[in-house]
Design a protein around this ligand. Structure first.
Ligand code: FAD
Length: 605
């Protein structure tokens, strides 16, 4: 279809009208930037994403990575060539280092703008883009914690797109519970460590797309404490790197097999054996036993990327189904009595518009929320005021599990609605909406399942620093409600948001005190309902923020622009009338300490 995969007008609205990213140029780090440079980066991203990423999205899904036996060396994984071509263009355009310092070859673009650029890639072809975002996140971790020498040897070529990165945490017996990681490390000559063990599910750990692969591996140094407090983080390259940067011997990171996935197929996913058949050497990052703390640097970034990329898969499905609904003739309106009259396009049916509204409400707010979080990263790193940096950090900590879990859960639902709008055609492989759903189905699972995110939110994030993170969110959203209350057209929503915020506050306090009486297990049993309550409230806040901007602009807007703002207002109305009321049911369930799943017995199933 001819229209762009996501709406450039909406991206522009979120960046410039809602978030006002132009204000970031006030920070010395971004002083060289302006709307002109931001738009330049966005246009470049759109061009490469549409022409080189989206163009092979289907082919890479059909022709998934496969193992090819080669004489002597065992074999290699073959990918379709378009993946390499796309990533080369991505590297040549400087996207691997877009947010990095000038003296590292970067452009010092704000993270919010970098992520807005990434929206094009996530929507165009998430599986090819995964090689890039894993590499960027691994390089960011090295930037934060590696030694200067490690940065020169490993991070610098990653920023050029010559080396790619992975995060190698999971093992067959250690998925959600990383404290059970068994891969071991013991000191070897030259300050290195010898690694032994098996890793499971490692994305991007085998391919011929880059000169080397830098695996960031969680392992336990022999004699270290049990559990997460005994984990250390190692750089374990596919090929050893000599002091002068040249490629050394094979490092015995052996691929035992490829996992064959439902979606996200262009990204290789591997079972690895470390140290099988030869010495596998790693370099310790930072201090021993601090590995998981360091890894959280990468995981927190990745969780926002997951939420945002999930929203973009939802967005791509929404746009496709919207276009389809406008052109697919089927049926007549209930008032039409003439069977010989021409059928109407299905968008004329209110139930189809309901499904489109539901998608628009999820994906546009999730996109706004993900980019809002990216802007918090910019503030956290650059604001001259220490209290702004601290508050941005806390708000980000609070929002991260919500962005990861709520946005991914609902964006998959959104993709389901896109399939529904295409009817039988949506269920075939002749249309892209089923692939968006399959690709997106991973997002509630990896980077900490949504169940784990909900436990993290209720068990930790809302209580951190005596509830300061939650208090910051409540204060910010109450300020939005107050602003909206002054606009006649928004008073209904301002009142509803205030009510929902009060509910969140009461439910959180109630569950906090109930934990002391009943124990954590009983309370955390309902964490998914708490996540939904919070997610809906946060997204209502995002919608009200958008509605305030739209109301302010509508009176002077004409033509397409007026329709755009009316669309924002109508979608805000949809969310407040159809979705937010569900929070009352969730709150009642939580406050009753409903215990059906908790009390259910294994042998009753
Ligand atoms: C395609 C793909 C790519 C991946 N890429 C990577 C990668 O690059 N690097 C990497 O290290 N890992 C990667 N993973 C692994 C991923 O992070 C794990 O699959 C995930 O953390 C869940 O672990 P698991 O699969 O072992 O499931 P389990 O941990 O066995 O969980 C199974 C179910 O039980 C629930 N559960 C488990 N523990 C609890 C608990 N304490 N309380 C409540 N519920 C619980 C979970 O929520 C889930 O629903 C990838 C996975 C996939 C499928």
């Amino acid at each position: 279809m001819a229209q762009p995969i996501i709406s450039p007008r909406d991206l522009e609205f979120i960046l410039y009208e809602l978030l006002q990213v132009g204000s970031l140029s006030a920070y010395p780090r971004y002083a060289d930037h302006s709307r002109e440079t931001f738009d330049g980066a966005l246009r470049t991203a759109q061009g490469i994403a549409e022409n080189l990423f989206a163009s092979h999205n289907r082919k890479a899904d059909l022709e998934e990575p496969h193992w090819v036996k080669t004489a002597g060396s065992g074999g290699r994984v073959d990918l379709i060539p378009e993946i390499g071509v796309a990533l080369k263009a991505y590297a040549d355009a400087g996207f691997f280092a877009a947010h990095q310092d000038y003296d590292r070859g970067g452009m010092q673009l704000p993270w919010a703008v970098t992520q807005a650029c990434m929206c094009w890639f996530y929507a165009g072809n998430v599986a090819t883009t995964a090689y890039a975002f894993l590499t960027v996140a691994a390089a960011n971790l090295l930037n934060a914690f590696a030694s200067p020498e490690q940065k020169t040897r490993y991070m610098a070529p990653m920023l050029e797109g010559r080396y790619f990165g992975t995060m190698a945490m999971s093992e067959p017996q250690a998925g959600s519970s990383l404290g059970d990681v068994r891969t071991s490390a013991e000191p070897a000559a030259g300050g290195l460590y010898r690694l032994n063990g098996g890793k499971m599910w490692i994305s991007g750990a085998t391919h011929e797309l880059s000169e080397n692969i830098v695996n960031l591996v969680l392992a336990r140094i022999k004699g270290a404490p049990a559990g997460v407090k005994g984990l250390s983080l190692f750089i374990v390259p596919r090929y050893r790197v000599q002091a002068d940067g040249s490629r050394g011997a094979d490092n015995h990171v052996t691929v035992v097999g490829l996992n064959h996935k439902t979606g996200y197929r262009a990204t290789t996913n591997t079972v690895l054996a470390l140290g099988d058949g030869g010495e596998c050497l790693g370099e310790l990052i930072g201090e021993p036993n601090r590995g998981l703390d360091y890894m959280f640097h990468m995981m927190n970034e990745a969780r926002i990327v997951i939420g945002l990329s999930s929203a973009m898969l939802g967005y791509a499905g929404f746009r496709y189904s919207l276009d389809y609904a406008r052109t697919r003739p089927q049926g007549r309106l209930p008032e039409s009595k003439d069977p010989a009259s021409a059928p109407v396009p299905i968008i004329a049916h209110a139930d189809v518009r309901r499904m489109l509204l539901a998608q628009k409400a999820i994906v546009e707010a999730s996109c706004a929320l993900g980019l809002y979080a990216a802007m918090l990263v910019d503030r956290q790193k650059n604001d001259p005021d220490a209290s702004v940096r601290e508050d941005s950090h806390l708000l980000l900590e609070f929002l991260t599990p919500i962005i990861k879990a709520w946005c991914s859960e609902r964006s998959v639902e959104s993709n389901g609605l896109a399939i529904q709008i295409l009817g039988g055609y949506g269920y075939t492989r002749d249309f892209p909406v089923e692939q968006y759903w399959r690709d997106n189905r991973l997002n509630p699972i990896h980077e900490g399942t949504n169940g784990i995110q909900a436990i993290d939110l209720l068990g930790r994030k809302v209580r951190m620093r005596e509830g300061r993170a939650l208090a910051l969110f409540l204060a910010d959203s109450r300020a939005t409600a107050k602003e909206a209350a002054a606009v006649e057209a928004l008073q209904e929503y301002a009142a509803k948001l205030s009510e929902a915020l009060q509910t969140v506050e009461q439910v959180t306090a109630f569950l906090g005190s109930a934990t002391a009486r009943t124990g954590a297990s009983r309370i955390l049993a309902n964490a998914a309902a708490y996540m939904d309550l919070l997610g809906c409230t946060v997204v209502a806040w995002m919608w009200l923020k958008q509605a305030i901007v739209a109301c302010g602009k509508l009176h002077e807007a004409t033509g397409d622009d007026a329709a755009f703002y009316r669309g924002k207002l109508q979608t805000c109305r949809y969310f407040f009338r159809w979705e937010l009321p569900k929070t009352a049911t969730l709150a009642a369930l939580l406050k009753s300490l409903e215990d059906t799943p908790f009390e259910m017995q294994d042998d009753w199933f």
